[in-house]
Design a protein around this ligand. Structure first.
Ligand code: 2AM
Length: 213
């Protein structure tokens, strides 16, 4: 079972099944509606360069980037370092096309991106590239599903924004607890970074595969 004859894709990742894409989109949309209307959010609206009187329509602010997925390896058709090696890894070949359940534990937004944090299982970590974090953070910290990006922002930013929040937490900056929403606890981390820890994580049916574009 080798993929050496196959051309290198744009990226590998877990792709959410369509019903979980719908579920996650609708949850994200509820979250953005509620968040955008909170006084605590309006107080910091300058982060989003919005008018405190008018607010910001967060659903309009972030544009959808297509099929919801958690990228494991960005290959750029082989131009990215380690792409070919990743593709030939035994775990990658064996898992290709297999179903897997992604655990989504939080939703977050920054002035650049909106995403869902993913908590990877041990088996899923076998498919996670060694150098993804590039920081002193646990492997898999960057795992996420991009939900949307602000105008002119590329989706690669979502993982970097998540790493920044995680690095802040690690340095003991717990953030400002804002309130408990129906979906979970809302925290503000400064500079426009908001995170909602889900009371009940979503276990989303997904498939490990690749995208050619
Ligand atoms: P994402 O994983 O944050 O959504 C195609 O652009 C996909 O590959 C997107 O899902 C994107 O971001 C991801 N991607 C693009 N460039 C990347 C990079 N340099 N490193 C990791 N992932 C990247």
């Amino acid at each position: 079972n080798t993929m050496s004859e196959t051309s290198v894709p744009f990226f590998f990742g877990w792709f959410l099944s369509s019903s979980y894409q719908d579920k996650l989109r609708s949850m994200a949309s509820d979250f953005l509606k509620i968040l955008g209307n909170l006084d605590a959010f309006k107080k910091h609206i300058g982060d989003f360069s919005g008018d405190p009187e008018k607010g910001v329509d967060l659903e309009q602010y972030f544009s959808d980037k297509g099929v919801l997925h958690c990228t494991t390896k960005f290959c750029d058709y082989g131009k990215e370092q380690g792409a070919k090696e990743y593709m030939e890894k035994q775990e990658v070949c064996e898992s290709y096309g297999r179903a897997s359940e992604l655990e989504l534990t939080a939703l977050f937004i920054t002035p650049r991106t909106a995403g869902a944090q993913v908590s990877l299982s041990e088996a899923q970590l076998q498919l996670w590239p060694e150098d993804s974090e590039k920081e002193d953070l646990p492997r898999g910290s960057r795992a996420h599903v991009t939900l949307g990006c602000a105008e002119g922002v590329e989706p690669v930013q979502t993982g970097l924004d998540l790493l920044e929040i995680i690095a802040q937490k690690k340095q003991g900056e717990e953030g400002e607890k804002i309130q408990d929403l129906d979906l979970g606890a809302l925290t503000y981390y400064g500079k426009g970074a908001w995170m909602l820890s889900l009371k009940e994580p979503i276990r989303a049916q997904s498939c490990f595969s690749s995208y050619y574009g």
